[in-house]
Design a protein around this ligand. Structure first.
Ligand SMILES: Cc1cc2nc3c(=O)[nH]c(=O)nc-3n(C[C@H](O)[C@H](O)[C@H](O)COP(=O)(O)OP(=O)(O)OC[C@H]3O[C@@H](n4cnc5c(N)ncnc54)[C@H](O)[C@@H]3O)c2cc1C
Length: 480
């Protein structure tokens, strides 16, 4: 018999978990405090411009496809994905540019070949079942020869050292390292296994969903409704009700408590424990981000769909953000110019540009209201100088921005950290497990849970949480 399951949060992790559980015959109610699904995958529209204010591009679409397959549907019938090539255009301070070609080239050959082993290891250890701590790996099914892929787990082997070993060109190294940015830590501190994300992107492709990333969330919402799931938007959860160490229901803010057999939380895992369970949880957050949306009355033809304008002092930039918790004076700007793949994003001849800059998570002295005007100036200057858009400022017809304070307040992210917890060292591999250790009957899904941040990982996390819950229910271990 199906279980009654309450799901907190309609980000990608919550949507994926809801669809999988509904497809497997459970009765699902999905709650979000926002009036729409998608979590950080939001959009801003004005004067004919449409911006993604969160994620813009999708890698590893097979994780998304699997959600639809669980329900006997096909992803291709629901979402149109445009393959991007080049995947990224890099602009450097010395005026040079470099394209990252889909599938890789001679310069990335060794990196991709060796990285293939990292990818296999990550998939084998972290993508198949609930893993919340190193000892969960001590399972006969997982630990069998060859052991070579365990090397990627060793401390001291970082994304930076792995890249240095296999790529000679310093500029290409900076570009490849930046592909792991969704983990929210600096490359020198992240375990080498996380380079597998970059390998997957180059080898399998990166895609723009037509209609923006929100189209993916809307397609998942439609699937859930088809499967009989209930979606309750503009409904915040105040508490996870517990009896004898087991989750038994959800208290709605300003409303009743509803009974459930199990609960999945897609809210940030630290905030789930702190605010909804009341058991602490104080992991180091990842970095945050600034998003600047610029509606332009002109397209810049020298840009690709995705561009990275790198800092002249990348080491100094990373040190400012991650060692000192301060803004970098010369920040790297990630610029998405989607009109070449999705003309509906802007009026004819225009561009709905999204600029993303990594910044530290919120510290007590960060007052973004006061900090924004001068940092906006720094960002615009970099776009005009390094990005070759000298007249950019005079081309702006629509402008909108989000700061770490917005991410903290709107999506209840811990200190505005947009990539969950820090991925420093082993924390990069062992995120909060999808089966909560703090409370029986509580499962965690999303970018702050196993296996980590980024849209494909949040989708996988939702699948893992649902699969684990479903198995626990069938084996009668749910209440233990
Ligand atoms: C600006 C930006 C750009 C990014 N770019 C990319 C990219 O290009 N590609 C990529 O792969 N990844 C990218 N990422 C990362 C990726 O977007 C996230 O890792 C992923 O979307 C997180 O999904 P999630 O499932 O954790 O849910 P979230 O998006 O964090 O959503 C959680 C939901 O829970 C709800 N919620 C929280 N508390 C409660 C409560 N108490 N009651 C009810 N509802 C609650 C919130 O309202 C929210 O809707 C980006 C992130 C940001 C912010």
């Amino acid at each position: 018999m199906g279980l009654r399951i309450g799901i907190i949060g309609a980000g990608f992790g919550g949507l994926a978990a809801s669809c999988v559980l509904a497809a497997r015959g459970h009765t699902v109610t999905l709650f979000d405090r926002a009036a729409r699904v998608g979590g950080v995958a939001a959009q801003f529209e004005s004067h004919g411009f449409r911006f993604d204010t969160g994620p813009t591009s999708l890698t590893a679409p097979h994780f998304l496809a699997r959600i639809f397959e669980e329900a006997g549907r096909k992803l291709d019938d629901r979402v149109t994905l445009v393959r991007l090539d080049p995947q990224e255009r890099a602009f450097f301070d010395d005026g040079s540019t470099r394209d990252l070609i889909a599938g890789g080239d001679e310069a990335t050959r060794t990196y991709l070949e060796t990285g293939g082993a990292l990818r296999q290891a990550r998939e084998r250890f972290f993508f198949k079942r609930a893993i919340g701590r190193p000892r969960d790996l001590l399972d006969r099914d997982l630990v069998q020869p060859p052991f070579a892929d365990l090397l990627g787990l060793l401390p001291g082997s970082s994304v930076a050292s792995f890249t240095r070993r296999h790529v000679g060109d310093p500029q290409l190294r900076v570009l490849l390292e930046s592909l792991t940015r969704d983990n929210g830590s600096p490359p020198a501190r992240m375990p080498a296994l996380l380079a597998s994300g970059a390998v997957t992107q180059i080898a399998d492709g990166i895609y723009h969903p037509l209609g923006g990333m929100r189209a993916v969330a809307v397609a998942l919402e439609a699937l859930l409704r088809e499967l009989g799931g209930e979606v309750r938007l503009a409904t915040a959860i105040e508490k996870i009700e517990q009896v004898a160490g087991k989750a038994i229901g959800l208290r709605i803010e300003g409303g009743p408590t509803l009974q459930f057999d199990a609960v999945v939380s897609n809210a940030n895992s630290t905030r789930t424990l702190q605010d909804l369970v009341g058991t602490g949880g104080d992991d180091e957050p990842s970095c945050s981000a600034l998003v600047l949306c610029l509606g332009l009355d002109q397209r810049y033809e020298h840009l690709a769909h995705r561009n990275a304008l790198f800092s002249a002092d990348r080491a100094g930039e990373l040190s400012a953000i991650f060692d000192h918790g301060e803004l970098a004076s010369d920040p790297t700007c990630y610029v998405t110019a989607p009109s070449r793949s999705d003309p509906d994003t802007a009026p004819d001849g225009g561009e709905a540009m999204q600029v993303l800059v990594q910044v530290p998570y919120l510290r007590p002295h960060h007052d973004w209201h006061a900090m924004w005007p001068s940092y906006r100036r720094v960002i615009l200057d970099r776009l005009m100088r390094i990005g070759g858009m000298a007249d950019l400022e005079s081309r702006i017809v629509v402008e909108h921005h989000l700061t770490p304070q917005d991410f903290h307040d709107r999506y209840r992210l811990q200190n505005g950290a947009v990539y969950g917890q820090s991925s420093d060292g082993l924390a990069g591999l062992f995120k909060a497990g999808v089966r909560s250790r703090q409370l029986a009957g509580l499962y965690l899904a999303g970018g702050s849970a196993q296996p980590g941040a980024g849209v494909p990982m949040a989708l996988l996390s939702g699948w893992l949480a649902a699969d684990t819950l479903d198995r626990d229910g069938r084996s009668g271990t749910l209440a233990i």
